[in-house]
Each structure stands twice: as C-alpha cells, then as structure tokens.
Write a protein that binds this ligand. Structure first.
Ligand code: MG
Length: 248
C-alpha cells in the first residue's frame, strides 16, 4: 500500500510537471553574459536547458532568402526590401553572421529533443505570405525536421496556408481575438496568446482543452503570471527566462 501511495505521488508529480512546458522566446539569450536573441548561440543555449522548445522568427528578403530575425529591420535595412547580400554585410551584435533559416535549422537538428517553434512573420501581401509559407515548409522538409517543428503566426492566412500545405503539422494562432471555438472551426491546432488575453477571458484555457486545442501564452517573464496560468492548466508558456521557470 505504501508503495502504491508513493507511486501515485511520483506519478502525480510527473503529471503536474508535464502540464506546463517551457518554450524559450527567440532562444535563450538572457544568459550571463547575455547573447543576441534569435542567434545560433541563443538556440544552442536553449538546447542545453532541456526544455520543450525554442521559438524563433522567420522573414523573407527581397530576393527570396529566408532569414531569422524578429524586427522588420536588420540594422537600418528593411528585410523585405533588401537583398540578402546587403543584409549579411551587417553582423549580429554578438558577432555572428546574420542567420538564414537554413543555418538555424542546421543548429536545431543537432538536438532532436528540442522542438523548433517556427514563427512565420506576416508579410505585405497574401502572395508574399504564401510564398514564405511554401519556402519555409520546403526547407524544413529538405532537412527532415517535420516532426521536430511546430508553427505559430499572427497572420490567420499564414496559419491556414501551413495547415493546407502540411495538414499534420501543429499550428497555433498568436493574435488573440479568436475564441477557442473559432480556432477549432478555422482548423487550427491551438492558441498562443498574450497572457492579458487569458486574463480577460478566464474560461478560454479550459474551453480550449475540452476542444483538444493546444494552449500557450507569451511572453511570460514573471513568476506570478506563470503560476497563475499554470493554475489554469495552460499547456505551454513562452518566456525570456526559461532557466528560471523550468523548475517551477
Ligand atoms: Mg516571435
């Protein structure tokens, strides 16, 4: 009986831990000393943490090269209006080369246990967004990283195009205005919303779970916010402090 109770206690701890998983936001870059977000080093740091995944942002240059960068601009150059050979002249602040998606995926492939959470950034037209989706999926497939990759986007068009191209892939919507029922009826797999959205809609996490949707929240850099979301049963959180939250 004692063994049984002990077993239950261990099992419940494991289940509790499995309930909320950690995703490093733009890699793990708030290290000592810090490195640059969305750099290969930040991805490598995330790999060492043994967490669920690392998120990064994908954009397309004027000449159709896929690169990893959060902002529309790299230095003073607008990525979608500049050719890659110009963009790569400016290094990242940590001295690395301006990363292509291919560079990033190569580093990601070194640790199969860390999911690659691919954020595809909205583009200026539907045509550009569709091209960005097709090219991103092609690169992921050419490196056989389909099962290691999941997708997020603020663009509903991008989310739907990913599902059209790769129905088995996991796609979560970021923008926050769609209810769990709407996410389900759009054919998407989950909602990855700013934590204030779940604050305003306190029933959404449990409603999403009933519908079998993934629940995720960004960017949770506060332990109290993390604990609240965890208490509501959120599946994932995306954070700049993965080192601090992974053992909470
Ligand atoms: Mg992002």
């Amino acid at each position: 009986m004692k063994k049984f109770i002990l077993g239950l206690a261990v099992l419940s701890t494991v289940v509790m831990k499995a309930q909320t998983q950690i995703i490093a936001h733009r890699g793990y870059w708030q290290t000592q000393p810090p490195t640059t977000e969305n750099s290969l080093k930040s991805l490598e740091n995330a790999q060492k943490l043994k967490i669920y995944g690392a998120e990064f942002d994908v954009r397309m240059t004027k000449d159709g090269v896929l690169v990893v960068n959060h902002d529309e601009h790299h230095e003073k150059m607008e990525i979608s209006e500049t050719d890659f050979k110009e963009l790569e002249k400016a290094k990242l602040s940590n001295g690395e080369n301006f990363p292509t998606l291919k560079d990033y995926l190569k580093q990601g492939k070194k640790d199969k246990s860390l999911k690659l959470i691919v954020e595809i950034k909205p583009a200026k037209t539907k045509e550009l967004e569709d091209e960005l989706v097709q090219k991103t999926i092609k690169e992921i497939k050419s490196m056989k990283l389909e099962s290691q990759s999941e997708f997020i986007s603020f663009s509903l068009n991008i989310c739907k195009e990913i599902k059209k191209a790769e129905p088995k892939s996991k796609v979560q919507y970021l923008n926050g205005e769609l209810s769990p029922e709407q996410i389900k009826s759009e054919g998407l797999d989950g909602m990855d919303y700013h934590y204030s959205v779940f604050d305003k809609n306190p029933t959404w996490i449990s409603e999403a779970k009933v519908l079998g949707l993934i629940t995720n929240s960004w960017t949770v850099n506060d332990v109290a916010v993390y604990e609240k979301l965890k208490g509501q049963g959120i599946g994932f959180i995306t954070t700049n402090i993965p080192d601090q939250l992974k053992n909470k």
